[in-house]
Design a protein around this ligand. Structure first.
Ligand code: ADP
Ligand code: MG
Length: 710
């Protein structure tokens, strides 16, 4: 018996159960022993029924003395009732709507019943309602895996009950120990020692059958519940370390390549930088530009992430960096996630280049077609265009550059490491700068962007005034409209934003369209109301945006397409409908569309009538904070990583043990450790990546997303 042995050979498994386990991804002993208990149950000192108290959560071992099913209450619900009995007394058990139970809990059956004891007014005594339970075999005595100890409870795998799984896992542990219990530990010994993690065989044993040792059982149970035992921490760390190692391999794939170009910052470059800068840079902007330029000068390819709060001025930093590349004779490309944004970058950046430098910019999206496209591609190939601005489509269909040196990807957080790696490795390797649209918490950044170095713009340009944010219910609507009109009378413009969620896209879209019509016809007949949504054709979107920028619309009703990066400094008020449907970071991103000029700005979060206290509390954070980094952390805490990123194409890995919110500390450490580990290993392997990959795959088995990388 080794970790690689098929589960089929574990006692009580066999072919049929092996097939069931295999469907759940459990093929060998290693997989099986890494199947995490969902919770633990204290069956160390089973409480006699007579000593139970109301409101305590307990496991009770008792025999069914009587049972029967009947229909109860005005709705005639099926109620299965049993009386459980031990030597000390009797306890009522109640199960609602559990057909088939009469076949399992028959008279004389002994079981463990787990749940919270409550006083039951019908039986005038203590009862357990809908307890979890497990039928015990006659031979289950102290020493069996099922009783007399802290017992693991697993999530069922098709017909394999928690009890069967416990038996199998216990057998696997015994077999492994009998065989000498030696198994290769995927964690480097040095790291295991540093963090005081137990060895793998011991960790497996303790994960499934934890023993209090000197500590008190209650204390251990609490620790187990918090995933805080050294054993659990070990598996958490291993999850993260394996993932981060894979990420670092991806990174090494890029950094090991010498790009064969040198981009330097000399006098000439400095002059260009000065001339294209329309304002004094913030200290943070200067620092970050320095970080990027240093990367450009290195022989290894740059892979850097630029994070900054909404409005912190990422774009100009990117332009400056690209200008340095251009001065050194290279082309650069700037890619945006949407056409609206690409168009906006084009409008704001190309004049800076064309008026102040000798460089030429070109604009390419899927909407640019025909002869125009051909000419553009030709110019690009011949090096007549220095900067190409466009959508992500740019790198999806290969575009021939003359001498591409640098790519800037202005993105929402929708690419994971692996997806990005595929994009980046399409052509010859340019230096890459990725920019996030809104700050993301560090633990997520290190997961989604762990292959990149991190730069942070932690300062806003001077003169920004925080946006005043208010929550408002339906009753305030008329008042809100009056406020909106006052802003417009002062010469300002307004946004009205509608949520558009994937599941109810059609309904939401209709609501936005109707809202625009209603505002135009009924509320502001004397003003011009524009409408922008994702279903418009790109030239229509462009036209609407242009008109809004030019001030031809007073109010722009929009779905969330407005979210990313749109810059209209004259807009000073935003009304967000159904604010409760948005994540905090998304709200912050939306709110970042205003307060970009020198005017006082207002953001109104409209909340529906049925919004609960919790959702309201969440939205209050928006009123209290204007700091995107802080809001992002809170948002992550409240909604969890999947929701935070948005489920589609999130690129987030799924871990068996680790949780990106709870285990933030380990995310940071594992990232650093893995980076070291991979660099060291590569050095030891003489830079042989294939060998390193093989070794990693052997270490982490199927738990590494490397297949897609190698
Ligand atoms: P984001 O980081 O959200 O992409 P932008 O790059 O769009 O922010 O910058 C937001 C606005 O701030 C733009 O209008 C930009 O011209 C302006 N801006 C950027 N840096 C400065 C600065 N140092 N001083 C004044 N205004 C600046
Ligand atoms: Mg931006």
């Amino acid at each position: 018996m080794k970790l690689e042995t098929s589960v089929q050979f574990v006692k009580k498994v066999g072919e049929v159960r092996a097939a069931l386990l295999s469907k759940a991804g459990i093929r060998n002993l290693d997989d099986l022993l890494r199947y995490p208990p969902m919770r633990y149950e204290d069956r160390t000192r089973l409480k006699p029924i007579a000593s139970l108290e109301a409101e305590e959560t307990a496991a009770v071992v008792a025999r069914v003395a009587a049972c029967g099913e009947h229909r109860a209450g005005p709705r005639r619900i099926r109620l299965f009732e049993a009386v459980a009995e031990d030597q000390s007394g009797r306890l009522a058990l109640k199960f609602f709507n559990r057909p088939g139970l009469e076949k399992v809990l028959t008279r004389g059956v002994r079981g463990v019943f787990f749940g919270t004891i409550r006083y039951d007014k019908y039986s005038r005594g203590l009862a357990l309602t809908n307890p979890e339970f497990e039928v015990l075999e006659e031979e289950d005595e102290t020493g069996s895996p099922h009783i007399g100890r802290i017992v693991p409870v697993y999530r069922r795998i098709s017909s394999l009950t928690p009890r069967i799984l416990r038996t199998i896992i216990s057998n696997a542990l015994d077999a492994l120990e009998k065989a000498g219990g030696r198994c290769q530990d995927p964690l480097p010994e040095e790291l295991r020692r540093r963090y005081g993690f137990p060895s793998l065989p011991e960790a497996f044993r303790q994960l499934h059958f934890p023993q209090p040792g000197g500590a008190r059982t209650e204390a251990l149970l609490k620790q187990l519940e918090d995933m805080a035992t050294p054993v659990q921490q070990r598996f958490i760390y291993e999850d993260l370390f394996a993932f981060q190692s894979a990420v670092q391999v991806v990174r090494s794939q890029r950094t090991r390549l010498r790009k064969g170009r040198r981009i330097e910052l000399g006098e000439k470059e400095r002059r260009t930088l000065k001339s294209i800068l329309p304002f004094r840079p913030t200290r943070a902007q200067k620092r970050v530009l320095g970080e990027i330029v240093r990367d450009l000068a290195r022989p290894e390819v740059m892979s850097r992430l630029l994070q900054g709060d909404v409005g912190s001025g990422k774009t100009i930093v990117a332009l400056q960096a690209m200008a340095v590349a251009m001065e050194n004779g290279y082309q650069a490309a700037l890619m945006a996630p949407t056409e609206i944004l690409a168009e906006q970058h084009w409008r704001s950046l190309s004049p800076l280049l064309h008026d102040r430098t000798r460089f030429r910019a070109g604009y390419l999206t899927s909407a640019v077609q025909g002869g125009q496209r051909e000419n553009l591609l030709n110019d690009l190939k011949e090096g007549k265009i220095d900067l190409l601005i466009g959508t992500h489509a740019l790198i999806e269909d290969p575009v021939d550059f003359h001498r591409l040196g640098m790519i800037v990807v202005d993105e929402q957080h929708r690419f994971g490491v692996m997806q990005r790696s595929r994009l980046m490795e399409k052509g010859p390797l340019p230096d890459v700068l990725v920019m996030t649209a809104t700050p993301i918490p560090r633990s997520l950044a290190l997961t989604l962007y762990g292959d990149l170095d991190l730069s942070v713009l932690d300062e806003l340009p001077p003169g920004r005034r925080p946006v005043e944010t208010v929550l408002a219910g339906e009753k305030k609507r008329a008042e809100i409209y009056r406020g909106l009109r006052r802003q417009i009378e002062k010469g300002r413009q307004a946004y009205v934003v509608y949520p558009l969620v994937e599941e109810s896209e059609k309904v939401d879209l209709k609501a936005a369209v109707e809202m625009a019509a209603h505002l135009q016809e009924k509320v502001f007949p004397d003003l011009r109301v524009g409408l922008l949504h994702g279903r418009l054709k790109s030239d229509e979107k462009e036209a609407v945006m242009k008109d809004f920028v030019a001030g031809r619309y007073h109010i722009l009703v929009s779905t969330t397409v407005i979210e990313v990066g749109v810059d209209v400094p004259n807009a000073s008020i935003m009304v967000i409908e159904h604010a409760e449907r948005f994540g905090l970071s998304q709200l912050h991103q939306l709110r970042g569309r205003i307060g970009r000029g020198s005017h006082d700005s207002y953001c109104v979060l409209m909340i529906g009538p049925k919004v609960g206290q919790k959702a309201r509390q969440r939205l209050l954070i928006m009123r209290e904070s204007n700091d995107g980094f802080e809001i992002a952390e809170k948002d992550l805490e409240l909604r969890g990583p999947g929701e935070f990123i948005g489920t589609r194409q999130s690129g987030l890995p799924e871990f068996a043990f680790a949780n990106l919110v709870r285990d933030r500390q380990w995310v940071s450490r594992s990232h650093q450790d893995a980076r070291h580990f991979i660099e060291e290993s590569l050095r030891r392997e003489g830079g042989d990546r294939q060998r390193l990959l093989k070794r990693l795959k052997a270490l982490f088995k199927g738990r590494l997303p490397l297949a897609r990388v190698g």
